[in-house]
Write a new protein. Structure first.
Length: 324
């Protein structure tokens, strides 16, 4: 007996082509994907139109986009109000983009790709374009690239970019009939090529380092590798790095200070715990494990960040709330 046919990976398609031209941009902004609020502040610079298709590849999300010219801005206030902060890899098949990634100038011509960290500000403009994009959860990006503080705005071109884009084009062509098991093979291939591109980009481009960036990266490494988010504090970090508190505070100025950074990390970890498949860990345990004084402390901070209590968030069955 022949094995049963494999179901194809789910593909989500969207287009504004059948809408009235004057309604297209607003309809696209209000679309509930991948979050309920826009990820960027956008302004079309020509009559707006777009065609989008996306599909999961293991932990990655692959996105095909045709879109008209526009300006894009990710502001600090947008980041503070959003729980959607992945690392995005954008491959420019046709068109071009240029702008500023948190103080780092970048230019992405056709045939290249760039990294964008949605936890950091950016402002850029793009021509009408056709792109492939990969959306990586932060934990996955950290596992493959280590600290990715230096990747925001990094542009990769040449053979490294060609190899990734050839793979993306192959995936796009096969996507309609691709089974989930086969898609997982593409996940590994994408990550291997991205890791090679990161290594090449780091070796050939001078890293953009602002005053304090190296200290901030060292502090984050100390949190992740030594202290743990539950034990980390400004005093512990100063002791581990042998620096003064004013130096540490300056390094985390764009985060609102080191305490604000630690709180944001703890709240992100709490949200992940509440979204766990078992959804069984008591909220008091989560609070204690992540360094909050008690469940009430976690609840107050969580409500201020995400707009609802941890228990109400858990009742949403992992659907979450925030920007798209």
């Amino acid at each position: 007996m022949s094995p049963p046919p494999q179901s194809a990976i789910p593909i989500l398609r969207y287009s504004t082509q059948d809408l009235q031209p004057e309604a297209r941009h607003a309809a696209w902004l209000e679309r509930d994907w991948p979050r309920a609020k826009p990820t960027f502040l956008t302004v079309p610079t020509e009559p707006f139109n777009t065609v989008v298709a996306s599909a999961p590849i293991g932990q990655l999300l692959f996105v095909y986009t045709e879109i008209t010219a526009m300006t894009w801005e990710r502001r600090a206030q947008d980041i503070r109000q959003s729980d959607f902060q992945p690392l995005i890899v954008n491959m420019m098949v046709q068109g071009a983009a240029q702008g500023d990634m948190d103080g780092r100038p970048f230019l992405e011509p056709a045939g290249s790709y760039h990294f964008q960290d949605l936890a950091r500000p950016s402002k850029h403009e793009s021509t009408a374009s056709l792109t492939y994009s990969l959306i990586l959860p932060r934990d996955l990006a950290r596992a493959w690239f280590g600290s990715f503080e230096d990747l925001h705005g990094l542009v990769v071109s040449g053979d490294m970019a060609s190899g990734l884009m050839d793979l993306a084009n192959t995936f796009w062509q096969l996507m309609p009939g691709l089974a989930p098991e086969s898609a997982l093979r593409f996940e590994r291939a994408f990550l291997e090529l991205l890791a090679a591109g990161v290594e090449a980009g780091r070796s050939t481009q001078a890293a953009f380092v602002r005053p304090g960036d190296a200290l901030r990266a060292a502090a984050i490494e100390a949190i992740d590798q030594k202290l743990g988010i539950e034990r980390a504090s400004p005093s512990e970090l100063c002791r581990a790095l042998n620096v003064q508190i004013d130096q540490l505070s300056a390094a985390f100025r764009r985060d609102g200070g080191v305490r604000a950074y630690l709180l944001a990390r703890r709240l992100d970890e709490a949200r992940v715990a509440l979204n766990g498949l078992q959804q069984a860990e008591p909220i008091g345990n989560i609070a204690h494990r992540l360094g909050f004084s008690d469940a009430a402390h976690l609840s107050r901070a969580f409500r201020q960040r995400f707009g609802l209590s941890p228990s109400d968030y858990r009742k949403m069955d992992g659907s979450g709330a925030g920007d798209h």
